[in-house]
Design a protein around this ligand. Structure first.
Ligand code: NAP
Length: 277
């Protein structure tokens, strides 16, 4: 029986939860010939990082930080990947690259019964994760406000999303302006602020009033409850961490490669176990 291989390229990848998550899914479904491995690829050899697994018969790969943009050059990005400007999953049988961060994020919000259509949503950050969030939320009909430490970077993100994905009616504001002008239902943290090993940091400074009863979705999943999530709860709101997004983007990749429904419960259990929860 030949081995069916998939994997991850990134830099670094040693702390990735994806091998545990996917290999647990393969085991649970009796897919004993499938294996997922992590490959550490420095930024100067991304082309090699994509082409080597392809030439060695891999079925597909995930791509993570910092290669998601560069990897677009070495596959056929679909409309979603082109819109977001980043690819995180390639199927070598077709060479099509897509972005499962967008459905992973939106599906996790839906799984938590968070309404999006017509709701005002503040997205913090202007990196790759923020791009996926802004695009997915805009597609879902939310009124998106992009807020970032460096406003020029948020403006550049928005210009690119408009050109590549047709995104419209997203405003770029400072947090102070966003709070004056709107009554957000949801705040999404797409910055690394508050991530292990700096759990005391928050992208929401103590000088700023925190809206009452707002939902916070923090893409960070280490720690399980970030300072920002604690701030939301202290102000009568809901707080959701980013583990569900991680699992759901992985599940979407799993389904592309295998053609089988991903065992979500097994994947959640595997990442929780890997995180010691
Ligand atoms: P990134 O490209 O490095 O983006 C960094 C963004 O955060 C930039 O907009 C940057 O602002 C802002 N930022 C960084 N440090 C800051 C600080 N001290 N104060 C205020 N803003 C700061 O990162 P990314 O790939 O988008 O990822 C962002 C986060 O999302 C990470 O924590 C990552 O682990 C998480 N994530 C989670 C999932 C999931 O599945 N749950 C998926 C993807 C990403 P400037 O523009 O001013 O530099």
């Amino acid at each position: 029986m030949s081995e069916q291989r998939v994997g991850l390229i990134g830099y670094p990848v040693s702390h990735s939860l994806s091998p545990a998550m996917h290999n647990a899914a393969f085991r649970a479904l009796g897919m004993t010939d499938w294996r997922y491995d992590a490959m550490e690829i420095p930024p100067d050899i991304v082309r090699y990082g994509v082409n080597e697994p392809r030439q060695h018969g891999y079925i597909g790969i995930n791509i993570t930080i910092p290669h998601k943009q560069e990897a677009m050059r070495y596959c056929k990005p679909d409309a979603l990947a082109r819109a977001v400007g980043a690819v995180n999953t390639i199927d070598f049988r077709t060479d099509i690259g897509t972005n499962t961060d967008v459905p992973g994020f939106i599906e996790d919000l839906t799984a938590h019964d968070i309404p999006l259509t017509g709701e005002t949503v503040i997205v913090l950050g202007a990196g790759g994760a923020a791009r996926a969030a802004v695009y997915g939320l805009w597609q879902a009909g939310a009124q998106v406000i992009a807020v970032n430490r460096t406003l020029d970077n948020a403006q550049a993100m928005l210009t690119e999303l408009t050109i590549s994905g047709g995104v419209q009616n997203v405003s770029v504001l400072s947090l102070e302006e966003a709070l004056l002008d709107s009554n957000p239902a949801l705040i999404v943290n797409s910055t690394p602020v508050g991530m292990h090993p700096s759990p005391d940091a928050s992208p929401w400074s103590d000088d700023l009033p925190f809206p009452e009863g707002v939902t916070v979705y923090d893409m960070i999943y280490r720690p399980a409850k970030t300072r920002l999530m604690q701030q939301a709860e202290a102000h009568g709101g809901r707080a959701i961490g980013g583990l569900g997004m991680l699992v759901r983007q992985g599940a979407a990749s799993f389904e592309i490669w295998t053609g089988r429904p991903a065992p979500l419960d097994v994947m959640f259990a595997a990442v929780n176990a890997a995180l010691g929860r």
